[in-house]
Each structure stands twice: as structure tokens, then as C-alpha cells.
Write a protein that binds this ligand. Structure first.
Ligand code: XIL
Length: 383
């Protein structure tokens, strides 16, 4: 093939897999993210079924290049892996484990005990009312033994319990059936069963909004109680669903210090940064139904303005700088998705919006945030 010389730079960029027709210059990364995080922590992504099965080839290429740990975004949740009583569906989870094994990646299992994405049958007795304590405990521990046991030695760490503590008062979510029926004992039983099924696996408690001091104190109490029972618990997963200006960096910093001082590893397990407002009054709405009254809820349908892009890059860099501030305290940072194209935030808490929360854009290109993160890590202390 021969190209006129004035076109050569564009040919070069398109050979790199970048698109030439866009106004913004395509951005390649100077080095892979996983190289920049070496000496700090593992860096990962939650991956979806299209990536696990190889359909999303561009997504897989980014995962291969940039990440050294993976978490299944949905496929190991109860509703998917154990949809009916006595029926497990290991098709995609098995593929996930093969995906990670063949690439030598650190695999995290997500999640064993959660009030969300768990079918109703789990909590019901034969009479349609709440299952008895004995029945629910048996279902929980059988489920955990089956799932963790199947991937013993392969999945290296498990989010055993997810989101058990309330935001308002830091107490157990007793309004949810797991805790209404089992109380804290259910959590202890979950950790015990996971350890029994794979004694070498790391076990975590995973939670959002740990920057809220009330909630953090409740979580700290819970994880200390788990440990005081003599049960294995290695770390606390801090989800890290953030916005451009919340939470404060000092609050993120405080939460790392609190858990690290108490002897827990800290992992950022679901990091993303929404650029859109998160109004609670529109929770669950479809954007096409509310856009006319509230266009500010979806202001970047046609693209992210350069100044917002820069704000996002700075926010990511600032967060990574805090994660890297105490070498050894934060052991992993996992992003909740790979590109803006597939982020769950396009559909939560409002459906059908156009959000820009990831490090890679809708055309699978690295955003300025990647370079900013790499630069922040280069300036940070290493282990
Ligand atoms: C989300 C997934 O990303 C979505 O695809 C799904 O529809 C709902 O769950 N906290 C968690 C994750 O622990 O499992 C959630 O993942 C996001 C919030």
C-alpha cells in the first residue's frame, strides 16, 4: 500500500487502532496502566459477558494491555450463577475463570452474599413467607461451598459479603431478608463457609460510601467482629463509585488510614467517576421520560467538553495519588468496567444517559485521564 506522505501520520494512528475521523486526536498510552501501577498495587477491571466470551474484541484488547486482575461484573452474582433452587449456571463463570487463567491474571469472585441481584426464592419458605433461619443458613452455606469450591485455587479472592451496612447509622441492614432472618451470624457463616471451601483464598468485605465516617465506623466494627470470631478476613473492598467533586480526597485518605491501621488490606474494587448529577428523586427513571423537564441530568449527550475531560483526568489522578500515598496499604485498584461504552453508569441511577466515567472512551481510546494517572503514579512513593 502507498499513501501520500501528508497522510502518513493518520495512517500510523489508524494502524494503532485509533480513529481518524474524530476531531480529538487519538490518544495512545505511553505505557500500559499495569506497568505504571507496578510497585504500587494491582490494577484491574470488572469485565462483562461480551468480554468474557470474546465478542467485545476491542474491550478484550484493552483488558489484555492494561489490567492484571479481573472481576466478573455480573456473572457470578446469585441471580446468574444460581437462578433456581438446585440449578447452577456455570457457563459464563467457567469462561471467566478460563479467561483469567490463560492470561495469568489475579481473579476476584463477586459476590457471595448480597441483598441485590439475588432471586426471591432464596429467602422464601414453602408457605411463601420468610424462610426459616435453618433453611436460609443452609442455602447460603451450600451456595458458597458450591461456588467457591468449584473455583478453588483459581479465584484468588472473594467479595464474600457485599453492602451489609446502612449509610444512615452504620448498622446492619436488618430491613433486608439476609439480616432480618440471620442477623450478623449470617455474615460469620458466609466467611466460615468460604474459608472452608478454599482455605487459600483471600476473603473480603465489600462496601460503598466508606468515606462517610458513620458508615465507616459501622463497617470497621463489623470486620473487627468477623476477625474476633477467629474467621479469615483479609481486607475491605471500598467500591469507589465517585463523582468529580465527591467525596473529598481527605475522606478517601481517612478511610484508607482507618482500615490499614486496623490491620486490613484496602482495595478499591469498583472505581468509576460519574460526570453526571445523581439526583435521588429520579432514581430508576428512563432519561427520555424526564429529559424535557431536566436536561441537566444528561448534559453531555453529544460529547464531553474539553474542560470536563480535563476535570475528569485531574480527579482520576488525584484519587490514584491518594491510593498510592501509603505504600502497602492499598493492594488493588479495580475499575468497574473498561470503557464508557459499557459502563453501568449509563443506566444507573437513571436509564439511558450518556456518562463518561471510565479511563477509556466510547471508541476504546485512552482518555487524558490515563496519562494523568500514569504521571501521578510516577510521582508517588513505591513499596
Ligand atoms: C452493577 C453492574 O455493573 C450492573 O451491570 C448491574 O445491572 C447492577 O450491578 N455495587 C456492586 C456491583 O457491588 O455489583 C454493582 O454492579 C454496582 C454497585
Amino acid at each position: 500500500m502507498k499513501f501520500p506522505s501528508r497522510l502518513l501520520p493518520f495512517v500510523f494512528l489508524s494502524l494503532l487502532g485509533c480513529q481518524t475521523q474524530t476531531a480529538t486526536p487519538p490518544l495512545a498510552t505511553a505505557i500500559p496502566l499495569k506497568e505504571a501501577t507496578r510497585g504500587h498495587f494491582l490494577v484491574g477491571a470488572a469485565i462483562n459477558a461480551a468480554q468474557i466470551t470474546g465478542k467485545d474484541r476491542a474491550g478484550v484488547a484493552l483488558i489484555d494491555t492494561h489490567f492484571d486482575t479481573i472481576t466478573p461484573e455480573n456473572d457470578m452474582k446469585w441471580q446468574h450463577i444460581h437462578p433456581e433452587l438446585g440449578r447452577y449456571n456455570f457457563r459464563v463463570p467457567d469462561k471467566f475463570v478460563e479467561f483469567g487463567r490463560s492470561r495469568g491474571m489475579w481473579m476476584v469472585g463477586h459476590t457471595l452474599m448480597w441483598h441485590s441481584q439475588t432471586p426471591d426464592w432464596v429467602f422464601k419458605g414453602e408457605d411463601g413467607k420468610d424462610a426459616s433461619r435453618e433453611v436460609l443458613l443452609a442455602r447460603l452455606t451450600d451456595h458458597i461451598r458450591t461456588v467457591v469450591g468449584r473455583y478453588r485455587g483459581k479465584v484468588k479472592g472473594w467479595d464474600v459479603v457485599n453492602e451489609a451496612i446502612r449509610d444512615e447509622d452504620g448498622l446492619l441492614r436488618t430491613e433486608k431478608p439476609w439480616y432480618r432472618i440471620l442477623g450478623e451470624e449470617g455474615i460469620f457463616a458466609a466467611f466460615a463457609a468460604a474459608h472452608e471451601a478454599d482455605p487459600d483464598a483471600e476473603l473480603y468485605y465489600n462496601e460503598y460510601a466508606l468515606e462517610n465516617p458513620v458508615k465507616r465506623a459501622g463497617v470497621l466494627k463489623l470486620v473487627q467482629a468477623i476477625r474476633a470470631r477467629g474467621l479469615r478476613i483479609d481486607g475491605v473492598g471500598s467500591q469507589g463509585h465517585y463523582g468529580l467533586d465527591w467525596p473529598e480526597l481527605s475522606e478517601i485518605d481517612d478511610s484508607i488510614k482507618d482500615f490499614a491501621q486496623a490491620g486490613f488490606k484496602v482495595m478499591y474494587t469498583e472505581l468509576d467517576v460519574t460526570v453526571l448529577p445523581r439526583p435521588t428523586n429520579y432514581f430508576g427513571a428512563e432519561i427520555s421520560k424526564v429529559f424535557a423537564q431536566a436536561p441537566e441530568l444528561d448534559s453531555f449527550r453529544d460529547g464531553l467538553p474539553a474542560e470536563k475531560q480535563a476535570e475528569l483526568a485531574k480527579r482520576y489522578a488525584d484519587c490514584f495519588a491518594v491510593f498510592a500515598k501509603y505504600p502497602g496499604a492499598v493492594t488493588r485498584v479495580t475499575l468497574w468496567g473498561v470503557t464508557d461504552r459499557t459502563s453501568w453508569l449509563n443506566n444507573w441511577p437513571i436509564r439511558g444517559r450518556t456518562d463518561y466515567p471510565m479511563l477509556f472512551d466510547r471508541q476504546d481510546r485512552a482518555k487524558p485521564a490515563v496519562a494523568a494517572v500514569i504521571e501521578a503514579l510516577q510521582a508517588a512513593p513505591q513499596r
